[in-house]
Every structure is written in C-alpha cells, then in structure tokens.
Design a protein around this ligand. Sequence first.
Ligand code: PLP
Length: 225
Amino acid sequence: MSIAENLNKIKSKMPEHVTLVAISKTHPAEVVMEAYNAGQRVFGENKVQELVAKSEVMPKDIKWHLVGHLQTNKVKYVAPFVHLIHSVDSAKLLKEIDKQGRKNNRVIDCLLQVHIAEEETKFGLSVDELHSLLSDFFAAKYNNVRIVGLMGMATFTDNMQQVAKEFRGLSQTFKQVKEKYFSDDNQFKALSMGMSGDYEIAIAEGSTMVRVGSSIFGARNYGSN
Ligand SMILES: *Cc1c(COP(=O)(O)O)cnc(C)c1O
C-alpha cells in the first residue's frame, strides 16, 4: 500500500477529535512529502537534528512535533519553530524552554512525559514526580512555556490487556491533573498516547493524539529507532 493509502486507512479508524502525528523519523524528506501531498500537516521526529533538517527543506505550513528525549542544550535549535514538545520530564528543561521561548518571542507548548511502561527507562516522570513538577511550574510563573497535556508510552508487549491498563492509568492521571491544576482554563487538553501497534487501544482509553510511524511509512531500517 502507498503512504496515502496507509494514511487514509488509519484516519478512517480515528474519531475527529484525535490528532494524528505522522512520525517521520529515519525517512527522507522526499518520502515524507508523499504524506504531505496526501494532506498530512502534523509530523513528529524523535531527534532534534533530524527535526531541524526536515523543517528547513519541507513546506512551512507543517506543524512539527518533537516526540523524543530533549537535552537542555538543544532546546535552542527547536525553539524558533516547534509546535509541540511531547517529552518534557524535568524542571530544568521547562526553565530552558521558557527562556528560549522568550528569546524567540513565542509561547512553546509542551506535554509532560509520564512513565507508564513496565520497562525500566530513564525517561518519563512517575506520578509523584509529575505533581512536584507541576507545583514547581506554577510557582515559577513562566510566560513562554505552556503545559497543554501529558504523553506516555505503553510497555512493548503483545499483551494488549496490559497495554490497555497502562493507557487507562494515564487517562486517569490526565483527568486528575486537569481537575487539580487546570480547572479554570481550557489549555490542558492533549493526551498523547498510542503508536502503530496500539493506537486503537489508546483511542479507546481516551487518547486525543496518536504518534504513528511505521504504519504510515513502513518499517524503519535502524534498529535503535
Ligand atoms: C518512533 C516513535 C513513535 C512511532 O512508532 P511506530 O511504532 O513506528 O508507530 C511514537 N512515539 C515515539 C516517542 C517514537 O519515538
């Protein structure tokens, strides 16, 4: 199937309120343009260098999302244009995003990444860490960074009940955080969960944003990605 056909098939399974982020990592701009030409305008990358490189050669009406880990010293490269950063997991990073947002005279939207999978990884916040980060965030009164939701990745497993359970847990956390910290405004509304293997489950559990790569562009050749 072509990229356009893959996109149509995925979209036909998605409710209107769910945003499809096409994860184009490892695929060259010419290939990613096939998705653009089929109408896709929201793309995501997991590495800063690749995100910057593609944003420079691809059309300017694309909304670029960063979905992978972001080091503090690289925020400056994405700050001028990034539409949404999915992977914020420290107070230090929020502070730097605010600083670079100010330099670029814009407000940068972010999601806080919550660790929901069974696998050990250094990325993502525990629920306790999430609450302390939110308290610090409100105390700091930043003007150039905005928290608009949460992101999580389920365990890499065939056990779909476990995946559903992890997504359900994140959905509950999302509702609690919204109620506790964002009840009087409408900014906190993105719940980014679901990838090629589990986006349908994620949507059933309340996802509003899915990050789909291989089901659109085909398998990636690089083992580490
Ligand atoms: C690569 C990646 C995806 C997309 O993965 P697929 O299984 O190819 O759909 C989603 N989210 C993140 C954070 C990724 O790095």
